[in-house]
Design a binder for this molecule. Structure first.
Ligand SMILES: [Fe+2]
Ligand SMILES: [Fe+2]
Length: 476
């Protein structure tokens, strides 16, 4: 069935096919955007949904008796929400070192007292070379034992530096980026990456580490387990004064009830001390989409710059098709975030040096649904969640996650899908090198009308010469 997918910006049909301004109710809270995307960070860390939000609730309450000023509380608030911002940057390295699911490694590591040798050795034995022949597992264990100290520092350092850099790119000040950078420092100086001790560790980092451990152990064994763990690490991992602040309210049932998922996001938003707002045409939204694209692309060496290239191609396609500035803006943002859900997929799948088996494909396909679910948490991004989350739907109804029909696939999505397929074919993959453009276009042409919109494909063929590749070159 043919359909004109791109009515002009003033066409009466645009209600069905364009994004803004129809659905723009006004401004969006910065805390709403950061809170929603923190779910993506939870997935990368292998944590149950809402971990960063719960850490924020706990951390803000721990800080309460210290009478911080509004600015300091706001810095702490965003430190807590973004504490895991650098988490995607060491996932591929973890998979390379352990040969196992990076998400379970990260999740389990949060339960281990890394200052104790025996639990650490058990942890390595549990995760190194899972599913591999015994000789290979032992080789990994030997390597990890021999270079463990240096490797741990390398992994933490990568994560901290990246997290701090991301906070700066998002426009937060030094207090937030330093708070994130020093998250893994311990009160007794045995943490990483700098071995800071006591008051030399920024207050935000001390509170974030404590709040994180409370949430992890509450999830594992309830409040009693969390309280026990905190007491046992008082003075080694944790600032004793902060521990006392937590213990003073740890018997309050409202605290633990408040951590339940229903209404969690709203409760955390209500705690934002300085209420910052963004408008939908704010360039900060673009910057945020750019920054999150970097977090997504850092997850795997094979997706390096993928989101940004898809955004560039999508924008060029949109312009060449005569779409409005608003539409191309939202195509670019949608393209930057289309694979946000890949943060929830293990690198054992993303970086597998071979074809995926049916179960792995099933897992991989969940990423577009994750993208949709995360973006849908931001009120004004409802339509963007569809634009981005449906990028693997097909005109013939055989796509995923919803098996939409041709009429149900938005115009902006069709542009992103075309750009995404083009980049997937012309970039290197774990199991093959980059494909020459002519071959990629041949393959795509066979999909026109089934997986690829005809008008988008024509635009792609006509404007390839206008594409620039930020970090690698197209093979002609
Ligand atoms: Fe995708
Ligand atoms: Fe993609």
């Amino acid at each position: 069935m043919t359909q004109e997918p791109f009515p002009g910006p003033h066409s009466p049909e645009t209600g069905n096919h364009s994004f803004f301004p129809q659905e723009s109710p006004g401004r969006v809270r910065l805390s709403e955007v950061i809170g929603a995307v923190s779910y993506a960070l939870d997935m990368t860390e292998g944590q149950p949904p809402g971990h960063c939000l719960r850490s924020c609730l706990i951390g803000m309450r721990i800080a309460h008796p210290f009478n911080l000023g509004t600015g300091e509380r706001s810095d702490l608030y965003y430190t807590l929400l973004l504490k895991d911002a650098g988490c995607s940057s060491n996932a591929a390295r973890l998979w390379e070192l352990y040969g196992s699911d990076d998400r379970s490694i990260k999740a389990d590591f949060k339960t281990v007292d890394s200052q104790q040798l025996l639990p650490l050795a058990r942890f390595v034995f549990r995760h190194a070379g899972n599913g591999e022949p015994l000789a290979s597992k032992l080789r990994r264990i030997l390597f990890l034992s021999r270079f463990g100290e240096a490797l741990a520092t390398e992994l933490v350092q990568t994560r901290c530096e990246r997290g701090a850099e991301i906070a700066r790119h998002l426009g937060f000040g030094e207090a937030v980026s330093r708070g994130i950078f020093s998250l893994d420092e311990h009160w007794n100086g045995k943490g990483r990456p700098q071995g800071l001790s006591g008051q030399k560790i920024p207050l935000g980092s001390r509170i974030a580490l404590l709040a994180q451990v409370i949430d992890v152990f509450n999830h594992l064994g309830g409040p009693e387990r969390a309280i026990r763990e905190v007491k046992s690490r008082k003075g080694s991992w944790f600032d004793p004064e902060l521990v006392e602040s937590f213990l003073a309210f740890s018997n309050d049932p409202d605290l633990w009830k408040g951590l339940l998922d229903e209404g969690l996001q709203e409760r955390v938003q209500a705690l934002e001390p300085s209420e910052r707002f963004l408008s939908p045409d704010d360039h900060l939204l673009d910057r945020m989409a750019e920054v999150f694209a970097r977090i997504i692309d850092a997850k795997s060496p094979y997706t390096h710059d993928h989101s940004r290239r898809v955004a560039h191609y999508g924008e060029v396609l949109g312009i060449s098709m005569g779409l409005s500035r608003d539409q191309t803006n939202w195509i670019r943002r949608g393209a930057l975030l289309h694979d946000l859900g890949k943060l929830g997929i293990s690198n054992a799948i993303l970086d597998k040096p071979g074809k995926l088996d049916p179960d792995e494909w099933k897992e991989m396909r969940k990423h577009s649904l994750y993208t949709e679910e995360i973006l849908r948490r931001i009120g004004i991004f409802f339509r963007l969640s569809k634009i981005a989350g449906n990028h693997h739907e097909r005109l013939d109804g055989a796509g995923y996650p919803h098996r939409l029909t041709e009429e149900e696939i938005l115009s902006e999505t069709r542009v992103i899908t075309t750009a995404d397929i083009f980049d997937a074919l012309t970039a290197a993959r774990p199991y093959r090198g980059p494909m020459p453009i002519a071959q990629a276009l041949d393959i795509m042409e066979r999909e026109v009308g089934q997986g690829i919109d005809e008008r988008c494909f024509r635009a792609l063929r006509d404007c390839i010469s206008h594409f620039s590749r930020p970090s690698d070159s197209l093979k002609v």
